[in-house]
Design a binder for this molecule. Structure first.
Ligand code: ATP
Ligand code: MG
Length: 429
């Protein structure tokens, strides 16, 4: 992509309305635009990141055996009356009336709908277990939308739902998602701490939230310092062992009965990027999701649900990875792999060299953003650092003279002088 043609409305100044660094940088890097309170458009750079985040989540869900579906954003109120949540959910739910006077709502979550789907199609114990997920917009009329896409009103969520015959099966499904979440966040360059949580409005018996520790996080958590010392084996995590480490959200922390000694207990702030629940037969019982067992007996299906904040994650990643000059994207979610900077667009030789490199990079399958604009070098470097691409490849008359290109790693700032062949090898290797 040529920067001269790319819609990238970067800002030099920090917008006054943004309180935390991820919100400031997302606005300054031209990733998002506020349309109403808590409702955002995703501009080209931002959407590329969110699509990469989504792709990692999708790959890991599929690997875990979950199947992708797509349920609508608009749901019928009658469905929610079946579970009793239509009245319970309160003002966070956006209620809508259609032209025929029927009550609809913009879904804040999908337990009811997915339960109704299974109820129609699954009749026998032989058809379970099943896990269905979708990646779809949600609306919650939050009391205090803030921090940009971190706490929006309309936001993108991955929500999966497991269906099992018994508690043992349900725990297996739960642990499978627990392990999948650890891998998913690690692939995004994040270290997520799983903490025991209060199931809240979803209801249920067992629940973990996954938190990214940063000072700007909205949640307070308490955890055993073991977590900081541990290197996660995400390919083969010992789920039982991890779940037995003391880590809880503030609400569940009781200083009197806390098993961790004072000097080993850490208090931190976290961003909740994922939340998993086991809630047994809460919805299947209320809505009649029952299957025939091997002896003809009727089995009420055991359920769990598993959420990830897809549109919150780009912000969470920035909170965890930035410096005073801007964003530092982990390779796995970066909007482009490399920025190619032409320092002298008035110089014909420099332009033709850049065009050549641009084509070679693209032929090698490397995602490149080519800064071909007529701007001062300082402005170009500042924009590149701000948008945080993992690599910067700089071409000017000096580089041409020595037939070497300067490759800079955004994270840490190390520079190397390399031939184009070596650059290609490095970026594809
Ligand atoms: P929170 O405690 O942050 O309000 P929640 O517990 O209400 O979140 P869940 O129902 O657990 O949210 O939703 C699953 C995931 O969706 C959360 O872990 C979070 O990452 C994301 N999420 C929830 N609410 C929002 C929001 N208002 N804006 C962006 N992402 C959100
Ligand atoms: Mg939650």
């Amino acid at each position: 992509m040529r920067l001269s043609e790319f819609v990238l409305p970067t800002l030099k100044e920090t917008p006054a309305e943004a309180q935390i660094v991820s919100h400031q940088l997302m606005l300054r890097a031209g990733m998002i635009r506020q349309e109403s309170v808590g409702i955002y458009s995703w501009l080209p750079l931002g959407l590329r990141v969110m699509k990469n985040v989504e792709a990692i989540i999708r790959e890991e869900q599929n690997l875990a055996g979950a199947q992708e579906i797509l349920m609508p954003t608009i749901q019928s109120a009658d469905l929610w009356r079946e579970s009793g949540r239509y009245d319970d959910y309160g003002k966070e739910m956006l209620r809508i009336e259609d032209r025929h006077g029927r009550d609809l709502l913009y879904g804040p979550t999908n337990e009811e709908m997915v339960t109704a789907i299974l109820r129609d199609y699954i009749k026998s114990y032989r058809e379970l277990p099943v896990n269905l997920y979708h990646i779809q917009w949600k609306f919650r009329d939050e009391v205090r939308p803030r921090f940009g896409v971190m706490r929006g009103r309309e936001f993108l969520m991955k929500d999966a739902y497991s269906f099992d015959l018994d508690l043992e099966g349900a725990k297996k499904s739960y642990d499978n998602m627990f392990a999948t979440y650890l891998r998913t966040f690690t692939r995004m360059g994040l270290k997520a701490v799983p903490v025991r949580a209060d199931p809240g409005a979803i209801g249920g018996d067992m629940s973990h939230e996954f938190h990214i520790l940063t000072g700007t996080g909205e949640s307070a958590i308490f955890y055993d310092v073991i977590y900081d010392e541990l290197t996660l084996d995400v390919d083969n995590p010992d789920v039982e062992a991890l779940q037995s480490i003391y880590a809880v959200e503030e609400k569940l922390h009781d200083p009197v009965s806390c098993p961790v000694a004072g000097d080993r207990l850490k208090q931190a702030r976290g961003i909740e990027v994922g939340h998993i629940f086991y809630f047994g037969t809460k919805y299947s019982k209320a809505m009649g999701l029952v299957v025939d067992g091997p002896e003809g007996e009727r089995i009420i299906v055991e359920m769990g649900s598993y959420g990830i904040g897809v549109s919150r994650l780009p912000a969470a990643i920035i909170e965890a990875s930035h410096d005073k000059n801007g964003i530092i994207w982990p390779d796995s979610v970066a909007p482009f792999a490399v920025g190619l900077v032409n320092l002298k667009v008035a110089d014909k030789a420099c332009v033709s060299q850049c065009e050549d490199i641009y084509n070679r990079l693209r032929e090698a399958g490397i995602d490149v953003l080519y800064d071909d604009r007529d701007e001062r070098p300082g402005a170009k470097f500042a924009d590149m650092d701000l948008i945080g691409l993992p690599w910067q490849l700089v071409v000017g008359p000096r580089e041409l003279a020595v037939d070497r290109l300067e490759l800079k790693r955004r994270d840490g700032g190390a520079r190397e002088e390399l031939s184009l062949e070596s650059v290609l090898a490095k970026l594809t290797g």
